[in-house]
Design a protein around this ligand. Structure first.
Ligand SMILES: Nc1ncnc2c1ncn2[C@@H]1O[C@H](COP(=O)(O)OP(=O)(O)OP(=O)(O)O)[C@@H](O)[C@H]1O
Ligand SMILES: [Mg+2]
Length: 426
């Protein structure tokens, strides 16, 4: 059996943490079998190496290894991607196509972000896991395949099961063996080691002297929560390697690269007191307001559409009571008083501010005003997107990369947040 050490070298895995070693050891042990494996751990902990280790140490190593990011494939095409389709199965299906399960026959499929699979696809996957059978989309002819599945997720699968977003039977079928990777903050011994390795790699890559941390910077490095784990550490080592002229890095310099790490502010403390009102400055509150506005606008669009379709206001009112309350609030006098403290009151701010800072606007002829307004609107849309990105990033940081918590803080669904993360490449 290949040693843990040589596997680490082969797959460029850095670290000596006991839990990391245990995870690699488990991967080596299960590799020769056909057991399904579920790799778990926070975002950026290095889950993608595990299925590669398993495949390369298995009897399937000469057959195909296909990695599929389940969260990145649109819901409408995922069945066809995985299982193939027949000619004419849907508009645009001009030819019969093989899916990954057919192509990878004899090999391994890595289903990354498996928690994002739509429920209908989960049913197909369960069948293929149970007896190797599947149907192409649009076909009634059962096909056989022999594929080993390794899946990975960074979400809490029990939560997903509870919310009926993930089938319990499939979860147990996928996780015959679970390999958990530790968060970077729980691998204290490895943090500086990883940083030195990345600093040396990037020094070579950019042909600059390797950066080095002074003692206090090392302390900060060890104390930080690393919500984005090894991926975040690597990115930061790269940024500092490229941007800092002085190659000895102080704690102050390092902290300027670490979100939520200024001064004595230990991110862990911030984390515990996390509330909506914890947005660190006014700007952030305004972003939040803009973000809420966008979401209200979407709700309004939905409501208008319903009205247009049904033309029956009382029915629509009845059916959308929750939505209406969300947008307009309770009409109670008392409640309006209370809402003074809620940031949504700021909704009224932008318009007068804009007019006042553009005195030329009111003196322009009607037509010019219209064009000017259009330009402003376009610029605002762009900057609104930037704000949205920043807001999402901050919320993810605050919530240690946990999408569920971030989504609920932002008041959007997890799936919407996930799409935005993909869309903006966060
Ligand atoms: N122990 C390690 N040694 C060296 N590099 C590592 C280690 N762990 C992770 N990395 C690097 O960190 C980055 C993130 O790892 P990876 O893509 O496997 O994360 P992940 O767990 O799949 O995260 P996500 O859930 O967000 O997909 C990669 O560039 C990977 O090479
Ligand atoms: Mg990954």
């Amino acid at each position: 059996m290949e040693s843990i050490q040589s596997i680490k070298q082969r797959f460029e895995i850095i670290g000596n943490d006991v839990k990391l070693n245990r995870a690699i050891e488990k991967a080596i042990q299960v590799a020769p079998t056909d057991i399904s494996v579920l790799v778990t751990g926070e975002s950026g902990v290095g889950k993608e190496s595990i299925p590669k280790i398993i495949h390369s140490l298995s009897h399937r190593k000469h057959a195909k290894y296909i990695a599929v990011n389940c969260g990145a494939i649109p819901e409408g095409t995922i069945d066809s991607e995985l299982f193939g389709h027949e000619k004419g199965a849907f508009t645009g299906a001009t030819q019969t196509r093989s899916g990954y399960f057919e192509v990878a026959d004899g090999g391994t499929i890595f289903l990354d972000e498996v928690g994002e699979l739509p429920l209908t696809t989960q049913v197909r996957l369960l069948r293929v896991l149970e007896n190797g059978e599947f149907l192409k989309v649009g076909s009634s002819q059962v096909q056989k395949t022999d594929v080993r599945i390794v899946a990975a997720t960074n979400i809490n699968m029990f939560e997903a099961i509870k919310k009926e977003k993930f089938r319990e039977d499939l979860y147990y079928r996928l996780s015959t063996v679970e390999i958990g990777l530790p968060a970077l903050r729980d691998r204290q011994e490895d943090i500086h080691l990883l940083f030195r390795k990345f600093a040396s790699d990037f020094g070579q890559k950019y042909k600059m002297p390797t950066i080095r941390l002074d003692d206090q910077a090392i302390q900060l490095l060890l104390r930080y929560r690393w919500p984005g784990n090894v991926r975040q550490l690597r990115n930061i080592a790269e940024q500092i390697s490229v941007l800092e002229e002085n190659r000895i890095i102080s704690a102050a310099t390092l902290s300027s690269y670490l979100p939520n790490a200024t001064g004595s502010n230990l991110p862990a403390v911030v984390e515990h007191n996390k509330k909506e009102s914890d947005f660190s400055n006014e700007r952030e509150i305004l972003y939040k307001v803009l973000f809420d506005m966008k979401s209200d606008l979407n709700d309004l669009k939905k409501l208008t559409l319903e009205l247009l379709k049904d033309n029956d206001t009382s029915k629509v009112q009845e059916e959308n009571e929750g939505l209406i309350r969300k947008i307009y609030g309770d009409v109670d006098e008392e409640d309006i008083e209370h809402e003074e403290t809620v940031p949504t009151k700021l909704l009224h701010l932008p318009e007068p501010v804009m007019e006042a800072s553009n005195p030329t606007l009111t003196s322009q002829p009607q037509e010019d005003r219209y064009h000017f307004a259009e330009e402003i609107e376009e610029e605002e849309t762009l900057s609104l997107q930037d704000k949205e990105i920043e807001l999402i990033k901050k919320s993810l940081e605050r919530n240690k990369g946990k999408r569920k918590a971030a989504a609920s803080e932002l008041g959007i669904s997890e799936r919407t947040l996930y799409r935005k993360i993909k869309q903006y490449d966060l």
